[in-house]
Design a binder for this molecule. Structure first.
Ligand SMILES: [Mg+2]
Length: 374
């Protein structure tokens, strides 16, 4: 079948969008007021494959300059062959960070294109370990007043989430009393109704993280994400040894080597298809985690993750991040919707691919005319 497949057309279309947040948002180590999405469209045999990543616009430049020329004429059915060619071509500019984000967007577009050429939904290509993926509500920014934190958690409970996650580590870990006040509020709101998780985004030192971790245990928190920076596996290991709750990390993983560096120091490995090598990278890293007896959890980009999280046996949950839940219906048409705390792999009427298309509603957020690498 591969030999007869149509080659990828010359034009590779890259678009960059910037979606403002409703107001300033913050976690323990970063403040932001917008989210940038870099989208790529590939065509072959009259079909269009679509992928995207949340990254710097520089990821779009990498696709334009470094990846698109290598895709031209290749079979989109041979995703392995494409991956090898793209990875090898990026040796000298590096295959992590922004380049990994670019590679991820292209991988997703390739899978979408392949499924469309085969006339099948992506979930049929990946297989199904479950009918739908459990999502957890995520947001709870450190700069929210308590009233807004209460509203967010109430909305996630009403949506049927079995867990919710709030940010802690305010002021780079320098406002522990405030963190604990907010955790106490969240624990009161969720007690007996759903699990509570906390994300410090690497804000604490090891010592502070251990002390905060003991307070998390007292409040019944089940998940302590990035208590220290995930660049410090030994620090994660030291925190993990001192708390009852699960320690998790992995949202910046760019591929199996990164996953291998974290797998022994976390209880659940987080993976993001927009960073870890797309659907292919997600499946690779999830298999590595399974071999080490670890669950994986999908980080953000819920609609994009949905087809692949349904296929992974050791998948624990998917992050229904409030920024992306708001953004995805603007960026794409055809995004699946959460019902009863579950996200199906695609919309029921999806007959091929992931079922999503770039939406007209994204146009006001486009930062510049699309670039077409030829
Ligand atoms: Mg996180």
């Amino acid at each position: 079948m591969t030999a007869a497949a149509p080659g990828i057309d010359d034009a590779v279309v890259v678009s960059v969008f910037r979606f403002p947040t409703p107001g300033p948002e913050a976690d323990g180590t970063l403040e932001w007021n917008a989210t940038t999405a870099v989208a790529v469209e590939l065509t072959a045999g009259g079909e269009r494959g679509f992928g995207w990543t949340y990254s710097s616009p520089a990821a779009g430049t990498v696709i334009d300059h470094d990846l698109a020329p290598l895709l031209r004429g290749r079979s989109p059915l041979d995703i392995t062959g494409c991956r090898i060619a793209l990875q090898r071509a990026c040796r000298s500019i590096g295959t992590t960070s922004v380049v990994a984000h670019a590679l991820s967007a292209v991988d997703i577009a390739l899978w979408d294109l392949k499924a469309r050429l085969l006339g099948t939904p992506l979930s049929a290509l990946f297989g199904t370990a479950r009918d739908a993926t459990p999502v957890y509500g995520s947001g709870g920014f450190t700069n929210l007043p308590d009233s807004e934190l209460t509203t967010q958690i109430s909305q996630w409970l009403a949506a049927g989430c079995s867990a919710v996650k709030i940010k802690i580590g305010q002021d780079r870990g320098g406002a522990i009393e405030r963190d604990l006040e907010r955790l106490t509020l969240a624990a009161e709101l969720t007690e007996g109704r759903c699990a509570l998780m906390a994300d410090a985004n690497g804000a604490y030192t090891v010592g502070r993280a251990r002390r905060v971790g003991r307070e998390l245990d007292r409040r019944g928190v089940v998940w302590f994400e990035e208590p220290v920076t995930s660049d410090d596996p030994h620090g994660l290991e030291r925190v993990r040894a001192s708390v009852r709750c699960d320690v998790t990390a992995g949202e910046y993983i760019c591929g199996p080597y990164d996953a291998a560096a974290l797998i022994d120091v976390v209880d659940c490995l987080q993976l993001d298809v927009t960073r870890c090598g797309g659907y292919s990278g997600f499946l690779d890293c999830a298999a590595l985690a399974a071999a080490h007896g670890r669950d994986v959890s999908a980080h953000c980009a819920p609609a994009l993750h949905a087809p692949v999280t349904a296929a992974v046996p050791n998948l624990r949950n998917l992050e229904w991040f409030i920024d992306h839940a708001r953004l995805e219906p603007l960026l794409v048409d055809g995004a699946p919707e959460v019902a009863g705390g579950l996200l199906p792999p695609h919309r029921p009427d999806t007959d091929c691919g992931h079922g999503m298309r770039l939406s007209e509603s994204a146009e006001p957020y486009r930062t510049c005319p699309p670039t077409v690498a030829r």
